[in-house]
Design a protein around this ligand. Structure first.
Ligand code: PLP
Length: 454
């Protein structure tokens, strides 16, 4: 097929049948229109928040302000060092407030969730058993010592079965060292919320500790370490409207203070003689080297904005979530995925397949023909996606749509119309395989060069 079908105007200029509540949510940086293969330019439909979100306007402003006085942290006597050090430590305090940290909790500023979970993995007392469901993102599934990991299968029969499996495994570990349970706050594939209260209560009954991987949770729902009773929480700035390379591990300090520094060097060391090293305690122990101050400022600005507007954020996303999941489920030939079942509370994330179409082809067509950004694949959760797709051998990968503050009702309506059109008549232009096994438009009329920002 070499001809290009004219743009389907009805799919691109849908009436806003869906409306979100008229309450202000924090403003995101808007990218401007993007080109389609039909020769039109359309508002970019932001449905890939689960991978990375755009920045908040307030985050960009905060970084722009902090960079003007940027200097060294904790190391200089100059006035600007005082200012920058104050920014950095205030950022830590805001992150603590954001997750309801307890008085004694430590906030280690990291690069992202992967970094935060790996830091805790390196700090575990030797022989700590780690109990983790196979549904976890690889960042939470993989960094543990292989001989210490107890993997539980992807829950196949609802929340109760998951809790029973956890309870049984922790019972079997009761006579050994304190176990660590690792659990996602929300699935990065299906958006479903894990029953954190029940997981923590189950763990506590057996004297186990809990790390919550909140990478997919904090942008959508609050976390309060104090009332939840979990021991640690990890999350990433770039999934929380602060894409400046910072994340955090927040929680109990005892194991962290007893562990070797994550990065040995300046900051991590309190005193060095020829014969001995005295390592710092608290966050400094694991923040060796010069920290990412601007990333920390961005993270804190995002935390502050989302915390202040939490109700509006939840209302905005609730409407989008319902429409996305109900709308996709209603399209013939589309199958949505679920771990716990359709009634589970969830964030604005839905994974689905389209009968007869490769998931990467669907994602490529949504982008090229409709200006919609989504992701296809296994989302760094291979075991979960394999389990979810086990009953549809035609598919080994899925499409994931994930909404957030940059998503408008029109984006959701456009997505639903586009998926319906793809499921009914297939792609409108010809695609070929690219070198990575994805799909590209065979005869792309767009100028594909990217203007560099510097
Ligand atoms: C649930 C979950 N955990 C951990 C991660 C890893 O986050 P990062 O890539 O920011 O380290 C992701 C990323 O998608 C995720 O969705």
């Amino acid at each position: 097929m070499s001809s290009i079908r004219p743009v389907d105007e009805s799919a691109l200029h849908l009436a806003h049948r869906l409306t979100t509540p008229d309450v202000p949510v924090p403003a995101v940086v808007r990218p401007g229109p993007v080109p389609t293969v039909h020769g039109t330019w359309v508002d970019y439909a932001a449905l890939d928040h689960g991978a990375s979100t755009p920045a908040l306007e307030s985050v960009v402003r905060a970084v722009d302000t902090a960079v003007r006085t940027y200097s060294s942290v904790h190391r200089g006597q100059g006035w600007l060092s005082r200012v920058t050090s104050a920014h950095y430590e205030a950022a830590r305090e805001e992150v603590a407030r954001f997750v309801g940290a307890r008085r004694d909790d430590v906030v280690v500023l990291t690069r992202n969730t992967t970094d935060a979970v790996t830091l805790l993995a390196r700090a575990l007392p030797t022989g700590t058993p780690v109990v983790v469901f196979e549904s976890e993102h690889h960042a939470s599934l993989l960094p543990w010592q292989p001989e210490d990991v107890h993997r539980l299968p992807v829950p196949a029969a609802g929340v109760a079965s998951a809790l029973t499996a956890l309870d049984a495994r922790l019972s079997a570990l009761e006579d050994g060292p304190t176990p660590l349970v690792v659990v996602a706050g929300a699935s990065n594939v299906t958006g479903e919320l894990w029953p954190l209260d029940q997981v923590v209560r189950t763990a506590q009954r057996h004297g186990a500790r809990v790390l919550v991987d909140a990478a997919q949770l904090v942008a959508h729902r609050p976390v309060d370490l104090g009332s939840l009773g979990a021991d640690w929480v990890a999350f990433s700035g770039h999934k929380l409207y602060a894409p400046y390379g910072a994340g955090a591990l927040v929680g109990r300090r005892d194991w962290l203070d007893a562990a070797d520094p994550y990065l040995a060097g300046g900051g991590a060391s309190a005193e060095v003689t020829r014969d001995a090293i005295r390592w710092s305690t608290g966050p400094a122990r694991h923040e060796g080297g010069s920290p990412n101050v601007l990333g920390a400022v961005a993270l804190a600005a995002a935390c502050a904005a989302v915390r202040e507007h939490r109700t509006a954020v939840e209302q905005h996303e609730h409407v989008l979530t319902e429409r996305l999941s109900d709308g996709l489920r209603d399209i013939p030939g589309v199958r949505t995925s679920s771990i716990f079942g359709p009634d589970t509370d969830r964030g604005p994330v839905v994974a689905f397949t389209v009968d007869g179409l490769d998931a990467h082809l669907v994602a490529a067509a949504l982008s090229a023909e409709y200006g919609i950004g989504v992701r296809a694949g296994k989302f760094c959760a291979h075991l979960l996606v394999d389990a979810l797709l086990a009953s549809t051998p035609e598919h080994t990968t899925a499409v994931r749509v994930s909404a957030g503050l940059a998503t408008t009702p029109e984006h959701v309506e456009r997505l639903l119309a586009a998926v319906r059109a793809l499921a009914t008549t297939g792609p409108g232009v010809e695609y070929t395989r690219d070198v990575d096994g994805g799909w590209v438009v065979a005869d792309d009329p767009r100028d594909l060069s990217v203007e560099l920002p510097w």
